[in-house]
Each structure stands twice: as structure tokens, then as C-alpha cells.
Design a protein around this ligand. Sequence first.
Ligand code: AMP
Ligand code: MG
Length: 332
Amino acid sequence: MDLSHELETIKTIARMAASVCQSVQAELAPLGSEGRAEKTGREPVTIADYASQALIGHALSTNYPEDAMIAEERSEEYMLLLTDRQRMDVQQFVTDALGGYVFEEDICAWLNFGKQQQTERTWVVDPIDGTKGFLNHRHYCVAIALLMGREPMLGVLASPNFMNEKPGEFADAGALIWAGGGEGAYMEPLSGGEAVALRISAINDPARATLLISFERDHTDFEFIQQIERALGRQPDSPRRCVDGQDKYAMVAADMGDIFLRIPPNPIYREKIWDHAAGYVIVTEAGGRVSDFDGNTLDFSQGTHLVNNQGLVVTNGYLHAEVLAAIANSRY
Ligand code: AMP
Ligand code: MG
């Protein structure tokens, strides 16, 4: 399937949205003298979230007016929960990004673009994935995916703090990671430049594999992860890294990690589709595998949440069966 027009369009949009996030971060959540984020609460992420989604909604409504969109934020909350000054900040950042004055009604319309639409094509948008990472100047990304007939077919991540660790390739901080139409997964510098094709690792020893998990205790059952690691024969010094948001998918695709486990502490928690759709396409097209704990593929056909899937396992494929067995043999 030829999705080259969509890919080029979405890459441009994701770059623009990421650039607004960077501007908000620089102005409203700068690093302090100790190299850590100043104590600013959630305000910067709120402003960046809405500015990013408004820009994405604007671009999608211009380029693909017939399509639907499922996105994290909504205009109702925007009007109810933000102060006048916060809404003015959002308006200002969007005005600056578009180079022309925008009204509050525009912002609201773009936030809710394609909301009630029932169509073959649905854009899935996380305007900032990894909000804690954004506030703490770690990883975060703008994530956009396209569902066709409820199947994710295209995924783009714009990640301003991504470090490409592959020797001999660009090491520029910040990357655009994308896949679509069955043409493979690629990464290029966020600032533009040559793309490199992504291919998952060939590691098949779980003790040597790099495990990627969230930073957040609220999002992750660390005790259960330890049980699984023991079942896999992993040692205390087996490689593991905490990474925010869908950069974990990008790292598996780019051979910078081999296993990504998502195990919410609450077993009835169901994942939101915008936290996974883009990453799913990228890992799958790079040759990896994504499933729930039972080995089922993710069902993106049920609206905003993956209601038919519990937990999430992302691997290079070679390790997948062993990881699923370790989960089945541990408690949950
Ligand atoms: P991470 O950066 O891996 O911690 O994942 C961030 C994502 O976790 C956010 O985009 C949220 O949608 C999602 N999230 C929020 N609350 C929970 C929860 N209670 N359990 C699991 N994931 C959550
Ligand atoms: Mg998210």
C-alpha cells in the first residue's frame, strides 16, 4: 500500500509539534542550575500537550478532512480546566508555530477534529507521550499513527531527546522514527537528514538481552518484572534501562533494546491506543513482535482502549516465546 504522501505529511506535522513542545519546555520548564528541571508542576506539559494536539488537528483537518482522529486531549477539558492565562499561552505558541493569528475557536475545533467521525481511516494521536519525561528533560515524543480498518498501518514518533547510539550513524540528539505501508522502519535526525533503516537485534539469550521498562511505579509492577527476570535466568547485572513513553518501541526497533515489558500494577488497567499504535507499527516493520501476556496480537478495533489485551510484551521476536512462558509461569 502506498502511504508515502501520508508519511511525508505526518513526518512534517510531528516535527512541528515536537518543536512546539521544545519551545514550551525551554520557556516554561527550563533546566535549573543543577541540571534538573525547575519545580514547575504539570503546567508546562498541559500547555505543550494542547498546543501540540491543536497543531496536529489543524494539519490533519487541512490534509485529510474526511478522516477520523482519536487523540488524548479534548476541547471540553481545555475550556473547563485551563485558566485564561494558560489558554492564552497555548494560543500564543500555536500562533507562533503557524505564523498567523489563531482564535480560541480554532484551537477547540482542531483539538476535536474528526472526533465523531466513523470512517475507514482513523488517526491516533498522543501529543506528548511520556509526560514525566518531558517535565524531567528525559525522553518524550509526539506519536501519530494511522489505523486503516482498525489496523495500525503507519506510525511516526518525533522524539527530541532520542540519542541514536549506533556507531557510524548520526548521533544528533533527537530523532524522527517512522514506518508505514509495509516499507520497513526508519530513523532520521529530528532536524532532518539521511534516514537509516531499522532492524531489530538478533539476541536470543534473555540473560544478555537489554530490558526496557517505564520509570513510573504507578505504571509498572516492578516486583512482577523481577519475578519474570528471575524466570528468564537474568542476573542483577543483566542490562535494563528505564525509558519514558514510546521511545521504548523505537529502541527495540533500532537494536538499542531487546525486550520491553509493560505490566501495570493494576491488572484491570487497559492500555490507551495512542500509547501504542505508532510504536506497534515501528517495531513490527523493523522485524519485532508485539503481543499481550497471552501472546495475542493487539486489538485496536475497540475504541480508545486495548480492552481485549492485558499487559504488553515487545521483543525482537527471537525472545518472545521465552518471555511469554516466563510470564505464564510467574504470578499476575
Ligand atoms: P511510561 O512513560 O512508560 O511510564 O508510560 C507513559 C504512559 O502510561 C502514559 O502515556 C499514560 O497514558 C500511561 N498510564 C497512565 N496511567 C497508567 C497506569 N495507571 N498504568 C499504566 N499506564 C498508565
Ligand atoms: Mg501517552
